[in-house]
Design a binder for this molecule. Structure first.
Ligand SMILES: Nc1ncnc2c1ncn2[C@@H]1O[C@H](COP(=O)(O)OP(=O)(O)O)[C@@H](O)[C@H]1O
Ligand SMILES: [Mg+2]
Length: 414
């Protein structure tokens, strides 16, 4: 069987690792220095991906990032009779348009903050001036590579954010519509579901670490580490989230004619009134996936094929214990950073997923902001954390930086 994985980050390396097995040949487009069978096609080149799949007789394509989903990669593959795992373009709108997503959540009674949608700077300015509270969150509605949301502590900050989005047009047309939201207080966690439409199975709850530095300080990044399962979300909370968030969202999407087949990711704020949805994503999270998949006992392929064919298994089997993923980044990230630094990895018995790496002859070089993902597993969260940081000590490159507190929030829950 031939499987194509679209994308080149840590998430895609982890997907390939989890899908590997006897009789399975795995290709990556474009992959990275840690993956084999790399095809020089980027996720944006949808026609080339489809042509490659036809030519190579790929049996299944799995899409990592959101952009090609929002651009209709699944619709294009299905039109050509190719098997692919991910939501259609119109189902992907739940991530690609925050305005659509908020209206949808309101319509289907999914717990979310109060919000308003504006389509001009003047309208937004008035909305901010009349906002009940000083704090609020200002979001470009369209895709903005995770940089379009501004958590503002004052109306002045909110106005500046609105100006960046709507006047300076930092995100181009993704900022034509802006969502202004009530500021929610609490702790964040995420939960992913594999869905065949209305039927779904949730994966272990996890927690990402978005900020660059320890103690959740510094600028937002693509994610500096994650761990699973996240003890903030207890078993009974998972059930509650399934019934009050996942099920209404998936059946709502069916009712809207946007049946969702793929991974629905709910980014949650756990408030003192319970979990509320910050956003939905339409794909596996990066780096959450790197912490979740190493605990999966069920064959990922059976889940993906089950979702595509509308017959998911009864349940998912997980290993006992925890996994912690620490992201090693290039100094300067998420701002400017240098590439091309040589990476040395000493022998170690844990899991390492590559992200911004490339091979040049015998050498492994840095080629991105997030470079490697080091995953440790353990019976307890503490053991898993220790294992991951033991792995970190086996890796060296110029300017390597990472957070030292991945998992600490979970340790507080015992
Ligand atoms: N209503 C909100 N209240 C408080 N914080 C928020 C709110 N919405 C978003 N955030 C913060 O901003 C981050 C990014 O927002 P999110 O909606 O996930 O958009 P994106 O990931 O597309 O940038 C969240 O992870 C969270 O930390
Ligand atoms: Mg987010």
């Amino acid at each position: 069987m031939k499987i194509l994985i679209v994308g080149g980050g840590g998430r895609e390396h982890a997907l390939g690792w989890a899908l590997a097995g006897e009789g399975r040949e795995i290709f990556f487009a474009p992959g990275n220095g840690g993956t084999g069978n790399n095809i020089p096609i980027t996720p944006a080149e949808i026609d080339k991906l489809a042509e490659f799949s036809q030519r190579e007789k790929i049996d299944l394509t799995v899409v990592g990032p959101e952009a090609p989903l929002a651009e209709g990669v699944v619709d294009e593959f299905e039109k050509r009779g190719l098997k692919i795992f991910g939501p259609s373009k119109n189902a992907s709108e739940i991530e690609a348009s925050k305005a659509f997503a908020r209206e949808f959540m309101k319509k289907y009674g999914i717990p979310s903050p109060h919000f308003e949608i504006v389509t001009s700077f003047e309208e937004g300015k008035k909305m901010i001036e009349n906002w009940k509270e000083e704090r609020m969150v200002v979001k470009a509605s369209g895709l903005a590579a995770g940089k379009g949301s501004y958590v503002c502590m004052s109306k002045k900050e909110a106005l500046k954010a609105l100006e960046e989005i709507m006047v300076e047009r930092r995100f181009g047309s993704s900022g034509d519509t802006v969502v202004i939201e009530e500021y929610l207080e609490g702790e964040e966690a995420s939960i992913l579901a594999i869905s065949s439409g209305e039927q779904f199975l949730t994966l272990l709850p996890s927690q990402d670490h978005k900020r660059a530095y320890d103690g959740d300080r510094g600028p937002n990044t693509g994610g500096m580490g994650a761990y699973a399962p996240c003890p903030l979300i207890k078993r009974e909370d998972v059930w509650w989230i399934e019934e009050h968030i996942m099920r209404p969202a998936l059946s709502g999407l069916v009712q809207e004619g946007r049946e969702f087949r793929g991974v629905l990711y709910a980014g949650l704020m756990v408030t003192d009134k319970g979990p509320m949805v910050l956003e939905f994503n339409v794909r596996f999270g990066d780096p959450e996936t790197q912490a979740i998949l190493p605990l999966l006992k069920t064959d990922l392929l059976s889940l993906i094929e089950g979702a595509i064919e509308g017959k998911l298994p009864e349940r998912i089997e997980w290993e006992e214990g925890y996994a912690v993923c620490v992201v090693l980044a290039s100094s300067g990230y998420p701002g400017k950073y240098e590439k091309g630094k040589e990476i040395k990895i000493e022998e170690w018995d844990g899991i390492i997923f590559h992200a911004g790496t490339k091979r040049e002859g015998e050498k492994l070089l840095t080629s991105g902001g997030r470079v490697l993902n080091v995953v440790g597993k353990g019976k307890t969260l503490k053991e898993a954390k220790e294992k991951a940081y033991e792995g970190v000590r086996h890796i060296h490159f110029d300017g390597m930086f990472y957070r030292k507190d991945i998992g600490d929030k979970g340790l507080r829950y015992g």
